[in-house]
Design a protein around this ligand. Structure first.
Ligand code: PPS
Length: 304
């Protein structure tokens, strides 16, 4: 093996099945925690647009929708690079020499589109200081948990998930990368009263994509023709995204994402949880949700 290949293997090993390390009580990739100062000191620009989600809430879907809106509905322009190169993922640190996350963002001309899964309290302060626009997409907890479980199986940068029953317990307790789903969706729900946050739901985008695309365009101060809205709907429907190598993560090496175990574009539906949850698990989670959402105006749909 050449020296370069050996280094590549060593570098890769450092990000595979990473341990989680808490930052302000939130479990994050150990690489993210190691680089926390540089994330916290990220210098935002006033025209940065941030896409924020809890993992597996439809981030990639909304990223492609927003890029399509910004590119006037031209799919060729969105095919300029895979999604992770077009929209830097702020807190993700891949092995060197890959340009990613922060470094990619810093090398990018404005206006930038950025992705993060950070909970509200961990968002770098300069994003608030510059009053950057933020699009938040939330997904119901049951489908989110199922999707995250399958993602742990195929994505070797995440810790081993154990079986579904074990994973679900960790997920509910917030012992997973990026922490508690409850804290995340509530934190961002509350943030929208003081900041320019457009709070969207996966289930609404699934039910009426054209309507949600128009909401996003309006938030960005753009007007789209009916033709362009239809082009965006066609280009971003699950069946199109599943076979589009610029969004389906099939260009990522198989030792990091093994699509033979589970596709990144897995099911793309509302209600797949019914195939995974036992009745007891579902009822228990309903009880926890009832407690967690007491007094909150935030509600989710678990079927359409
Ligand atoms: S990540 O890794 O956190 O960025 O993943 P994320 O993109 O947030 O979520 C992946 C899930 O979103 C589904 N998806 C879609 N659903 C409907 N329509 C479209 N176009 C679409 N694109 C991605 C994807 O299939 C994952 O959900 P599951 O339930 O696992 O299928």
């Amino acid at each position: 093996m050449s020296l370069e290949s050996e280094l590549e293997v060593l570098n890769l090993k450092s990000i595979m099945r990473q341990k989680l390390v808490e930052v302000e009580g939130v479990p994050l990739y150990s690489k993210t925690a190691e680089n926390w100062d540089s994330i916290w000191n990220f210098k935002a620009q006033p025209d940065d647009l941030i896409i924020c989600t809890y993992p597996k809430s439809g981030t990639t879907w909304i990223q492609e929708i927003v890029d399509m809106i910004q590119q006037g509905g031209d799919p060729q322009k969105c095919a300029r690079a895979p999604i992770e190169k077009r929209i830097p993922f702020l807190e993700f640190f891949p092995p060197k020499p890959r340009l990613f996350g922060l470094e990619l963002a810093e090398a990018m001309p404005s206006p930038r589109l950025l992705k993060t899964h950070l909970p509200v309290q961990l968002l770098p302060p300069s994003i608030w200081q510059h009053n950057c626009k933020i699009i938040y997409l939330a997904r119901n907890i049951k489908d989110c948990a199922v999707s995250y479980f399958h993602f742990h199986l195929m994505n070797t940068t995440l810790p081993e998930p154990g079986n579904w029953d074990q994973f679900l317990e960790d997920f509910i307790a917030g012992n997973v990368n990026w922490g508690s789903w409850f804290d995340h969706v509530h934190g961002w729900w509350n943030a929208k009263s003081d900041h320019p946050v457009l709070y969207l739901f996966y289930e609404d985008v699934k039910e009426d994509p054209a309507q949600e695309i128009c909401k996003i365009a309006q938030f960005l101060g753009l007007e789209l023709s009916e033709l362009v809205v239809n082009q965006i709907v066609q280009h971003t429907v699950f069946e199109s995204m599943k076979v589009n190598p610029f969004v389906n993560y099939t260009t990522v090496p198989a030792y990091l994402m093994d699509h033979t175990i589970s596709s990144f574009m897995r099911k793309g539906i509302v209600g797949d949880w019914k195939k995974h949850f036992t009745v007891a698990q579902s009822e228990r989670l309903d009880g926890i949700c009832a407690q967690e959402f007491k007094g909150s105006s935030l509600t989710f749909r678990t079927h359409l």
